[in-house]
Design a protein. Sequence first.
Lengths: 429, 152
Amino acid sequence: MSGPFALVDCNNFYASCERLFQPELRDKPVVVLSNNDGCVIARSNEAKALGIEMGVPWHLTRERFERLGVIVRSSNYTLYGDMSARVMRVLAAFSPQFEVYSIDEAFLGLGGFEDRLEHHARHLRSTVYQWTGIPVSVGIAPTKVLAKLANKAAKKDQASGGVRALMTVADQEEALSRFQLQDLWGIAGRLSARLQAVGINRPLDLRDADPRFIRERFGVVTERMVYELRGISCLALDEVVPDRKSIIASRSFGQPVLKLDHMREAVVAYVSRAAEKLRRQRLATAHLVVFIETNPFKPADPQRHVTCPAHLPVATSDTGRLAGAAVLALESIWRDGYRYKKAGVMLLGLVPAARVSGGLFDRPDTEASIARMRAMDMLNRRFGRDTVALAGGGVRRPWKLRRERLSNRYTTCWEELLEVPRPGTDVRV
Amino acid sequence: MARLAQVAPFINMFKDLARFCRRRVASIPLAFDRAAAGFPSPADDYLEQRLDFNDLIIEDEAATFVVRIRGDSMKGAGLFDGDYAVINRARTPTTGCIVLAILDGEFTIKRYFHRGRDILLQAESPDHADIVVTEDRSFEVWGVLRRSIRTF
C-alpha cells in the first residue's frame, strides 16, 4: 500500500449502530456494556461529556447512570458485525488499496488522489453516512501514524467536518503540538513514561529525536515511529502495536459459577481473548496465571481467592495450547462449594513469536497452527468477537446470562426487524 | 440429547455469519437454450441458469435494509400490515417516492413530496391526514422504500 493514507474510523461505532434503529437514543448519553453486561466498552459523545469512563463496572454505577439519564445497551455483536461489513463494503469502493484494521477502522491508500484528497474524503464520508447511517471521521497523511493522529484531530475539531488532512509539515507540526505523547498510536503509558525519562515529553520531541538513539533505547518499532512522524512511511500496519509486558483477560460473572464445567468454559474464553491480543502483537508466551475469586462484597458466603501459575515447555501463541495449560491449572485449584464471582487469565513473560525456538521434544507453533489462529483472528476482527472460538469456550455459557438491555438484531434476523410504525406509536405520525 | 441444545446457538451464529458473508441465493431452475443466437455448443443442452430473487430485490446491497410494515396507513400504495418493505438508503428521495422517515423521533412510512423547502408527507388511506413538515419538527428521511414482499 502506498501513501498518502487515509484512516477511516467510525464515530462511537457501537452507539452509532444502536442509534440507527432507535432514534430515541440520539443526542442522549448512551453506553454499551461488555459481553456480560460487566462494564462500559463504548460511549456516545454525550456519555463522554458526562465524564463516564471506559471500563467502569455497570453494577457499581447503575444508579448514577439512571440519575444522569444514561441509556444502557448490552453489546449486540451481531448487529455491529453486520453494520461493520456494510461500512467496509462502501469504503472498499473508494480505493483499490484497502485494509480493514478493526471492526470500525480501515486504512485506504490514496496514491493517485493527491490533487483531491479532502474532496475524495468528504465524498467518502457522506456516502458512508448515507448508505449505512454510520458517521465516520477521516484522517489523511503521508504515513499511517500521522493519519491516525489526523483522524483524532478530525474528531476533536468540530470545524473539520469530520475530515482532516495533514499533508504539509506546517499542518503536521500544528497538530502534533496539540496532542500528548500517549495520543500517538502505539505509545502506551509505560513507553511514554520511559520516553519522558530521557527528555522526550511531547510528540514533536519524538519526531525530532535521533533515530539511532531511539533505536538503541526503545527498539526498532519506536525508531520507525520517529520516521513516521517525519512523514516517511515505514511502518507496516501490524507493527503499530503497544509494547506490553503482560496481557490480562478477566471478568465478573453475571451469576455465580458453581460448577467446574462452567468455570472451564469461562477460562477458555478468557484465554482465547488474551491469546488473540498476544497474536495481534506477534508475541508468544510460556507462562500464564489463572485466577478465580468469590465475591468479596458478600461476606456471608465462604470466601476463596486463588491463583495458579502454569508453564508450557515452549512459548506459544496457539489458543489451544494455552487453553490446555490454563485448564490444567484451573482443575488443580478448583474446589466445589464456593460461589465464584470472577475469573481471569494473565499472560506473562511475553516474547516475540519469531524468536521462539523449540527443544528436543517441544516444538514451537507449526505453520498450520499459526495459519489456523490467523484465520480465527481475522474472522473475529471482521465479524465481531466470538464469531469463531474454541468449543471449550462454551456454546451454552450459563455463566454468561446477563444481556438485559439487548437491542434487536435488526439487520440479520427476520423475527427482529424494525416495525414501522413501532408498536405503541401515536398513529398520527 | 443435550447436544442439540448445545449447538443450537452456534447454528444461529453461523447463519448470521453466512448472511453477511455471502448473499443467500434463492433460486429456481430455468431452461437455457442459445440455439437461436448462433452455432450451439452441445453442452448447452445441459446448461441451466438459476434465477436469483436478490437480483430483483436488492439494488445497493450495503445500503439495503428490511423493515416490517405495521398498520394500514399505506394500503392505497399496496403496503399492508405484515409486509416486508425493502429500504434503500443509497437513493436520494425524489418527490412522489415512498420513504421511511423519522418524524419527531418516530419512524413512519409515507409518500414524500417536496417543493423547495416545503415537505409534505402523505398517507395512502382516507383515515390518515397529510402531514405538513413544518420547520419546528425534526425530520429526516431514513431511506427510500423500493420494494415490498407479501404473501397471499
